[in-house]
Design a protein. Structure first.
Lengths: 314, 314
């Protein structure tokens, strides 16, 4: 098949996954480097990661200052951008600084701008997507997306401490309507009052979802379901350049791999989570979406095999 | 076989593993409980854990105040105590307090007492043991043990930040003479100047040992060798009661399982490390050695299978 033929086929393929979330211009300072107004946001990372597996569409909002080059970059990564809304005003901006060990970060500023009045609208073909990833946005917007997603068979919801504190009721509605809740260990503790991953996951499963993923940063994640726990290893990279968006890349690649597998059985879940770890590990080796630009599916598959070999006992 | 016959056989079996380290009376405060003068020390935890697998002998020192009940407890756990030295004076004492999340601990006091003039002496049969675990004591004492261990085929050395800071030269000699160095992630960074586990392990392997294990507390550990990395999962427990000695139990059970397997090939190493995780996970579910008192090999094997199932992808 020629490259051209492949592109045409991609354009005509039905959408497998719709992702909603934030799009931001990030200013990030690490111990070794500072980058200004680089492309970020949960939907950017998640869609870039998912697009290695299936046709993925983004739902997000940008302002009139959003660089044309960044829109072109989305398309170059194979992301469907028909759900990208442009609004009068400035694009959401975030700036933060990472401490020496890259584990702790401090937010310097957050300017919501057009994100403040964001009302996600799913294009017609997005409404038929079987997989929906609700990136970290306010729970009422996540509910609004769910109301439009008529064909969804598997919904994953991400969240953050802010919504747990100020919008718990709406968040509980999102959780009850999701197949999987994905959050980090601190958020799980804040939401359930339990520090133990096991107890915390049990409580969350009791609220509706069939699966819960508790993320632990550079240490991987834990999947909990009725069939028990699965310890998701993180791929150990040589050097973390910028950990921003790692959780979103993890979620996106997981959803993409799962949609590609066309199954939510235990084996498909575990494999998809490993793909999440692998793609996230590439993502943190560069700023913004840079690491994804020259990445191939073959690179991903090779690292997947390496990660399997790093966890295999017998 | 009757229990009596089994005991006799145990007494006559050759020693597979000799462990040297500290014996302490610990006073420990956690967010929910305080315990005074409970049995602790690296050699106590390591020997208790190893004894589930092979005949294990301890080399350590106590004072005249050391309770007879604690000596009886060692024997009840099946530990060979012929290398236990009793000296005039008081037993080593440590007291510390754990923060709410049990990850951070603060030392309140350390009284070396008889440990200050400790000179480890290996009984004749210990000198023929094929496996030696050098628990965390000063590197010059670890070297002194190595000089006596004439039949050692596999030596594992543990260490801590103090020795890295004040006795680096002797520590380098210990590392060069060991088959495996075991230390936590912060110690590895302090020793090599590298935060990346991968880079840090490469440097440590260059100093002589064929294997390096970098421990990450509740997140497990990483084994590095010429055949690559193995990500050692930690078993997620419902509730951590007291994490003291977890690293020592991990090391002890690992060495015991390895000695039992009688092999240092990749599969034996990986299985032994999983046994380390399993036994350490039981250990933290109670204070001191309490969790080991009613623990059976069948309990350990069952949790081993559960942990395998939690990491298996295919």
């Amino acid at each position: 098949m020629t490259a051209k033929a492949s592109e045409t086929m991609t354009a005509n393929r039905p959408l497998h996954l719709a992702v909603v979330g934030s799009i931001g211009l990030d200013t990030i300072e690490t111990p070794v480097e500072k980058r200004v107004d680089i492309l970020g946001g949960s939907v950017s990372y998640a869609c870039a990661a998912a697009s290695f597996f299936v046709k993925t569409g983004m739902v997000g909002v940008v302002g009139t200052d959003f660089p044309e080059a960044y829109e072109a970059l989305y398309r170059r990564l194979g992301i469907d951008t028909s759900g990208l809304q442009k609004q009068d005003g400035k694009t959401f901006r975030w700036s933060g600084v990472y401490e020496r060990n890259m584990n702790a970060r401090r937010t310097l500023s957050t300017d919501l701008n057009v994100f403040e009045s964001f009302s996600p609208k799913l294009p017609t073909d997005y409404r038929q997507a079987p997989c929906i990833l609700l990136g970290n946005i306010s729970p009422d917007l996540q509910l609004h997306v769910l109301d439009q997603a008529q064909a969804a068979t598997f919904v994953v919801a991400d969240t953050m401490d802010l919504w747990i504190r100020i919008a718990r009721e709406d968040l509980m509605r999102v959780i009850a309507r999701s197949g999987m809740l994905m959050l980090n260990d601190e958020e799980a503790e804040l939401l359930t009052g339990e520090r133990s991953i096991r107890r915390s996951a049990d409580i969350l499963l009791g609220w509706g979802p069939s699966h819960v993923v508790i993320k632990r940063g550079e240490y991987g994640a834990v999947l909990a379901s009725r069939s028990g726990l699965f310890l998701v290893p993180a791929f150990p990279v040589d050097a973390v350049v910028d950990p921003t968006g790692a959780g979103d890349s993890f979620a996106g690649a997981f959803m993409g791999a799962l949609a590609e597998a066309g199954s939510t059985d235990d084996k498909a879940m575990r494999r998809a989570l490993l793909f999440g770890s692998v793609v996230a590990s590439f993502g943190v080796e560069a700023f913004s979406l840079d690491a994804f630009l020259n990445l191939t599916r073959a690179d991903i598959d090779a690292r997947f095999q390496t990660l399997l070999a790093m966890t295999r006992v017998e």
